[in-house]
Design a protein around this ligand. Structure first.
Ligand code: IMP
Ligand code: MG
Length: 182
């Protein structure tokens, strides 16, 4: 474990080394699956930022990048019900292959709503690549095509994931100590 924020992290769940393996593995698969296709990576701000950059570096194809930002957690630890776009893409995705990139799928409410909105935009395909998957948290059934790692239903921080907007800059994903929530 690195010495950054050691006082707030109870346990490292996905180390820097494992993250590097994940982005390499997924980048390779995506490079094969999208060969010869017009690919647009759409990162879901803010959490997907570090993952999207590392993933993109491991994709050996020409690609466009854009971002959306949905209305979020409001600083808490449970999902909000309504999803709105605070920021939308300005890329025309008509007949292009959209690959959404996110940090974690938990209830799947967010991704379900985002997919509904994107389906009306004429993309040739829409899939999701997420770093983490918490299947135990599902409220809506959903299975992402590309998953970095399946994790238990614990609240995690780091590598894009925040608690009250902090800790996104940790280079690994970890579980927060209970006293941090006080
Ligand atoms: P969902 O709609 O419940 O699937 O919410 C997914 C979003 O909630 C993620 O993109 C994160 O922004 C946030 N989220 C879910 N679980 C965690 C977590 O453990 N830590 C930090 N953010 C989380
Ligand atoms: Mg998010």
């Amino acid at each position: 474990m690195t010495d950054r924020y050691d006082d707030i992290v109870k346990k490292v769940l996905v180390s820097e080394e494992e993250i590097a393996e994940i982005t390499k593995r997924l980048g390779k698969i995506i490079s094969t699956d999208y060969a010869g296709k017009e690919l647009v990576l759409v990162g879901m701000l803010k959490g997907a930022m570090p993952f999207m950059m590392d993933l993109a570096k491991n994709i050996t194809l020409p690609l466009e990048m854009d971002f959306i930002q949905t209305s979020s957690y409001h600083g808490g630890t449970s999902s909000s019900t309504a999803v709105m776009f605070k920021k939308d893409i300005d890329t025309n995705v008509l007949d292009k292959h959209v690959l959404l990139v996110d940090d974690v799928v938990d209830t799947a409410k967010t991704i379900t709503k985002v997919l509904e909105i994107f389906k009306g935009r004429g993309a040739a395909s829409i899939e999701l690549c997420c770093l983490l998957d918490k299947p135990e948290g599902r409220v809506v059934p959903y299975e992402a095509k590309y998953v970095g790692k399946v994790i238990p239903n614990e609240f995690v921080i780091g590598y894009g994931l925040d608690y009250n907007e902090l800790y996104r800059n940790l280079p690994y994903v970890g579980v927060v100590k209970d006293e941090v929530y006080k």
